[in-house]
Design a protein around this ligand. Sequence first.
Ligand code: HEM
Length: 359
Amino acid sequence: MKTLFTSVYAWVDERLGLEEIQAFARKKRVPLHAQSFWYYWGGISLFFFIMQAVTGVLLMVYYRPGPDAYESVRQITYDMNFGWLIRSTHSWSANLMLGAVFIHMFSVYFMKAYRQPREFGWWSGLALLILATVFGFSGYLLPMDDLAYFATKVGLEVPASAPVIGPLIAKLVRGGTEVGAHTVQRFYTLHVVILPALFIPILMFHLWLVQKHGNAVPPAEENKPVAQRRSIPFFPNFVIKDVAVWLIALNVLAVLAAIFPWDLGPQADALRPAPKGIHPEWYFMSQFQVLKVMGDWMRGTLGEVVGVLLFTGGMVAWFLVPLYDPNKSSGRKARQATYFGLAVLAVLIITTIWGYAAL
Ligand code: HEM
């Protein structure tokens, strides 16, 4: 058996250069220090993304976009063997992925892994975060139950409030003046074709950059003499630990999806009044709450416009941090960047809790 494996390996190696790939993976080392725990979160985000792709393809087999969308999700949930589990796994994994991405983003931020030469890691990561939230927003409508319908209706009021082009964008996305079968068709195309086509190449670029530059170490570690720094080979040592963490993630996902199956509400009906406490998914709650508060403070659409501008300004500043705090210094700019990160984190948490409390 061993000889068969060895000869097959040698045959493939001769043609594809497997040894070179192994040598490439072995060359990379992962630093070992008090903060190494945070290195797992990019990998956890990746694991949930893979789960999304696998369960998403399975859902595509039976999902029917358009006027029949709700009925097809009802069949998946109640009539197909294990359909409920696949659907529940897809929805839970989407939320866990976004949770992991947020943890990953703030951990690389406070480790200052956005600094030179990793700026493109930061920017490509932000692009992935934005795409991940659009994945969530477009997926949320697809079952066309009443919660999905009204939350999307409310959600689309945000781009619609942007000056000049806002209403046009909202109409284009909706495929008309109202959310309906056309909107589902458009969101589906976005969800299964356009977003993956954008997300996957950016993800490849993101991962290639980590391979190229290696993992950043936090400033405290960077100040140590090189001889005192410890590290382990990426392959196989770190990969084995990564696999163990992925198994834990799989367990968490399986338990949540099986014990708390994802709900399907009554079919959307535009003529019925919106159910009470309509709100977007938790990762949009912060923006939702800011818009609501601004809308209450200022008359007409002015509040919403100010809210959108506030958030856009915050995002631009977040994007530009690597240029403001670019190198190893631990001076004033480095401290300000850390305070800015803490402020952003605090605002997101406080406005999210506030949003849920005010429902
Ligand atoms: C689905 C989304 C994402 C996936 C799958 C992903 C995946 C990964 C992986 C596997 C790593 C290497 C391991 C690690 O350091 O954790 C990594 C590193 C990194 N990621 Fe992400 N990431 C995502 C989103 C983001 C976001 C939103 C940001 C920040 C805006 C970001 C910024 C970075 C940076 C700067 C590094 C380098 C860290 C270092 O050198 O130690 N990533 N990412």
